[in-house]
Design a protein around this ligand. Sequence first.
Ligand SMILES: Nc1ncnc2c1ncn2[C@@H]1O[C@H](COP(=O)(O)OP(=O)(O)OP(=O)(O)O)[C@@H](O)[C@H]1O
Ligand SMILES: [Mg+2]
Length: 359
Amino acid sequence: MTAKALHRSHIPLRETDMRSDRVQSLNDPQSPQRSSSEQATGLRVNDLTVTFGRGRKAFNVIESLSFEVTAGETLGLVGESGSGKSMTAAALMGLLPWGGRSSGSVQLGDTEITRLSNAALRAARGREIGMIFQNPLSSLNPSLTVAQQIAEPYRLYCGATAPAARSHARQLLQEVGVPDAERRLDDYPHQFSGGMRQRVMIAMALACSPRLLIADEPTTALDVINQAQILRLIQRLQKEHGMAVIFITHDLSLVAEYAQKVMVLYAGKTVEQGPAEDFFCSPRHPYSQALLHAIPRLVNMEERLSDIDGLPPRPQEFPVGCRFAPRCPAMTPECLTAYPAQQGGAHHFYCIHPVGAVS
Ligand SMILES: Nc1ncnc2c1ncn2[C@@H]1O[C@H](COP(=O)(O)OP(=O)(O)OP(=O)(O)O)[C@@H](O)[C@H]1O
Ligand SMILES: [Mg+2]
């Protein structure tokens, strides 16, 4: 995501905006209210597309994505750099960079997010959808203490008094493993180490017990010990709060450990999707297979890692056929004529020469 997008992404957490949100959301008939039936359901996304530019210069950066994440479930969203993972998160949050527009349906519980007014959408972001951004330092507001950044959404969107919100912020910091939470409440983001900032981001994202948590590369900047601690923490909180989680990562080994479902993006399109077990036991798309072969296997040091030669196309140059074809060992001329149709059901893929097919 661009610096501008990241800047915009934390605008709703700024104090001034939140005050106006509160006034608007309380009066807004579209402001999402949670019913008990909604709490039991997760996220349903249908045909989500994000477009930049106009007329002949228009291009899609993600195209026709459809997926579901039920309450308590984790979807691992994987793909190379630039495949559209963060753009998908931005579209779900209604926080696209300037010039971007989305189409398709994003349903959280019974609420169609794409039809909400701006004020109701900001309230939904404060209350229903938590986001751990790819870069915590640029997503936390440097001029506000962590108490202000965690307690304010809780006070504004969950109706708590200021002392109750502060006490909630302290409990959350304790819960995410920030030592000496009472004292650290009044510190600013730059006073925290990278690992602790990640924890503060998680506390912020969880302040209102959101129904959906989007974790965009939540641990890339961390050492392996911190990484495991943070991911286990998210997993534990997910169980306790019954959240649907979208876990965005380059790292398929983390997906194998933490996700029940996998969606692989390549150049803005889904190439394969399904239950994690099916995916890892029998990947069907050659791109998925190449990604899996690139995972280091400590148990077999003899096995060589395979690189995927070449680069993905730029969004302005997406071809009509399979976008992976130029890099694919199984490519034939047919691959270049049209985007492959979906094959399979719960575990599905888009390829006319799938891995494991009898020829
Ligand atoms: N403001 C923008 N305007 C137009 N295109 C953009 C903009 N921001 C990003 N893109 C393009 O959208 C595509 C998807 O980007 P995105 O940030 O979602 O990738 P990603 O999968 O999250 O990559 P990474 O793993 O590096 O974080 C890329 O081709 C990128 O160049
Ligand atoms: Mg990204």
